[in-house]
Design a binder for this molecule. Sequence first.
Ligand SMILES: Nc1nc2c(c(=O)[nH]1)N[C@H]1C(S)=C(S)[C@@H](COP(=O)(O)O)O[C@H]1N2
Ligand SMILES: [Mo]
Length: 298
Amino acid sequence: MAYRWMNKLTHADVTPKTAYLNRRQILAGTAGLGAIGLAGAAHADTLEPNTLEEITSYNNYYEFGTGKGDPAANAHQLVTSPWSIKVDGLVDNPGEYSLGDLLDGLTVEERIYRFRCVEAWSMVVPWNGIELADILNKVGVQSGAKYVAFETVVQPENMIGVQRRVLDFPYVEGLRLDEATHPLTILATGIYGEPIANQNGAPIRLVVPWKYGFKSIKSIVRITLQENEPPTSWNKSNAREYGFYSNVNPNIDHPRWSQASERRIGGGLFAPRIDTQMFNGYDEVASLYEGMDLAEFY
Ligand SMILES: Nc1nc2c(c(=O)[nH]1)N[C@H]1C(S)=C(S)[C@@H](COP(=O)(O)O)O[C@H]1N2
Ligand SMILES: [Mo]
C-alpha cells in the first residue's frame, strides 16, 4: 500500500531541515507571483512540514482558552506526569494503564500528515505515534464493540477554559471501530521527534488525518469500546454544524463558510489558498464510507 511506504519516510529523508526551509521561501515567493498572475487559482498542495514554531504557537485547545495563542500561553499548567489511561467497555483487558504500560512493546512511527481544521486552515505535521489498532489489539476488542469513545483530561485548577466553561468538558470524541483501526489512525506522542508539546495534546492525542481537526482529541485519559455511537463535543455544542463523521470534504460547505479551500499556516500574507482535497487527500479511506450519503452523514 502506497501510504505505508510513504509513512516509512522521515522528514529528514524527505528534505533536511535547511533544505526545506529554503524551499519554503522559494515556494512562498512563487506563490506570491502566482497570486498576481493567476488570480483566484488555488495552488496544489505540498507535503512540506510546518515548522515546530508554527505547530506549537497556533492551536485549538479550548481547555486553555479560545484564542489561537492561548494554548501556547497557558498549557504549561497541564500536569502530564504521571499519566494513566482508563480502558473500559467491551475489552478483554480493561484497566487503568500507565502510559508506559499501555505503549510498552509497540512501535512508534513517524507520519507526515496534512492536518485540516474545520475552520479552513491547515498545516503539515510530522507526528510520532503508534497505530491505534496496535493499542486496541493489545487490550483485546470484544465482538460487540462497534465504536471507540475518547475523553480528555480535566484539571480545572490548571485550565482557564474549563473554569470559564467555554465548552461542556470533558472534551469527548469518537470513531467507528473500522475508522479507529484504519492504519492511518494514530495516537501521537511526539512531533519532530520531541515529546508532544502540551498545547498540542501532551502526552498522547488522537490523529485522524482524513477528518477535520476537532476529531483529533488531545490529552486522552479514557478509551471506551462500546456498541453505540458516542456523543462528541462539537456535535453536542452545535449538531447542525458539526457531525459525528466530519470527514474533510471540499464539496460540503460548513453552514457559515466554504470548505472548498484552505489557508496553509506559515504560507505568508500573499500565499494563495490551497484546494481542499476529498478526505484531505487520503483516498484510501473512501471504502469505509461506501454506500453512505456523505451529505447526510457529514
Ligand atoms: N481536548 C481537546 N482536543 C482538541 C481540541 C480542544 O479544544 N480540546 N481542539 C480540536 C481542534 S478544533 C483542532 S483543529 C485540533 C488542533 O490541534 P493542534 O492545536 O495540535 O493543531 O485539536 C482538536 N483537539
Ligand atoms: Mo479545529
